[in-house]
Design a protein around this ligand. Structure first.
Ligand code: TRP
Length: 336
């Protein structure tokens, strides 16, 4: 399909922590497949990361790492636009306008705000509350059609749609395309290795609960050996065995097989065997991605050339939307 007729797809991750196997199987791997069918923009939302306390050095490193990981997993900078959110100032500018069209009630009802602010205790930044306005800005700036994100981000996409519809209605013009959430045909929900009832999360304080995409082979093997399993000893597909289910899911997702095929590969074997096999499978896929990521991290000039070209390309689109919005809401066009 000619590039101009392709739908626009956009997604991002927060570089607030190291990326995990869950991010790879749930997001990055799908992005690689989608890049030829859509006009894609993928970026690292460093401004969003600031809504909770960050170590400046770590944030910078994790932002480089996120983009390096995108490239290492197979996202081609010549095909998809890769950039850093703060390099395109229109994100923060449109976010301000959107903040003036979102209601306090809508923001304070967001599940993510309620959960994160409960964890923060007293020092809750206003940024944490207005987070959805910045995310809506990320999406609406590019007249995005589809946003591939996990279940936990559904509410943020809904509020983005609400703002788009509201502003299009108020100004009686099409300021924004109303985006839709994109759910991949085969999604993988990877759970914590220490508590298989919770999602594997990059922000989990227990580093044994997640496989980071930068883990060494040794670390991967150790974490799998420590993974929480269930009572009994038989490897079966059983809801009462969430730990075993998770390992089967991980192996299935990595080998593009079904969990029951993985079960039959393990008949008569013990849990320990499943753990080792799962570790091997992870190492087989993640190992080369990690090596390429770390190699790219030694070529920061190359990474900068990608960010720069990506931001330039993204800005061309973003500026058009922002200029239209500024004009419609009644700001005087600058002539500089
Ligand atoms: N809120 C998303 C998350 O935590 C990250 C994000 C920010 C995002 N802006 C976005 C995702 C725009 C998709 C599109 O995962």
């Amino acid at each position: 399909m000619p590039p101009t007729q392709k739908k626009i797809m956009l997604s991002a991750v927060q570089p607030s922590h190291l990326l995990t196997l869950g991010n790879y199987l749930g997001a990055l791997r799908n992005w690689v497949k989608l890049q030829d069918d859509y006009t894609c923009l993928f970026f690292a939302v460093d401004l969003h990361a600031l809504t909770v306390k960050q170590d400046p050095k770590k944030l910078r490193e994790q932002t480089y790492l996120a983009l390096a990981t995108y490239i290492a997993t197979g996202i081609r900078p010549e095909t998809a636009t890769l950039f850093i959110q703060s390099h395109v100032p229109e994100h923060a500018e449109l976010a301000w306008i959107l903040n003036c069209f979102i209601y306090m009630g809508e923001l304070s009802r967001m599940t993510q705000f309620k959960e994160k602010s409960a964890r923060q205790g007293q020092a809750i930044s206003a940024g944490l509350l207005t987070y959805p306005a910045l995310m809506a800005s990320d999406i609406l700036l590019y007249q995005t059609h589809l946003v591939p994100v996990g279940e936990d981000q559904k509410q943020h996409i809904e509020i983005t749609r609400d703002i788009a519809i509201r502003m299009n209605h108020i100004y009686e013009v099409s300021l924004f395309t109303v985006p839709e959430i994109y759910t991949p045909p085969v999604g993988a929900r990877i759970m914590s290795l220490q508590n298989p009832m919770c999602k594997m999360s990059k922000s989990d304080p227990d580093s044994n609960s997640a496989i980071y995409l930068t883990d060494t082979n040794d670390q991967i093997l150790k974490k799998l050996k420590k993974a929480v399993t269930d009572s009994g000893s038989e490897i079966t597909l059983d809801d009462q065995k969430p730990g075993i289910q998770n390992l089967l899911q991980i192996q299935a997702a990595l080998s593009e097989k079904t969990p029951s095929e993985i079960v039959s590969e393990h008949t008569g074997k013990q849990y320990g065997h499943l753990k080792i096999k799962t570790a091997e499978k992870i190492i087989e896929t993640i190992g080369p991605i990690r090596d390429r990521t770390l190699e790219l991290m030694t070529h920061k000039d190359y990474l900068h050339s990608i960010f720069q070209a990506g931001a330039k390309h993204a800005r061309e689109r973003a500026q058009k939307t922002l200029a239209h919005v500024y004009d419609q809401v009644g700001l005087i066009k600058g002539r500089y």
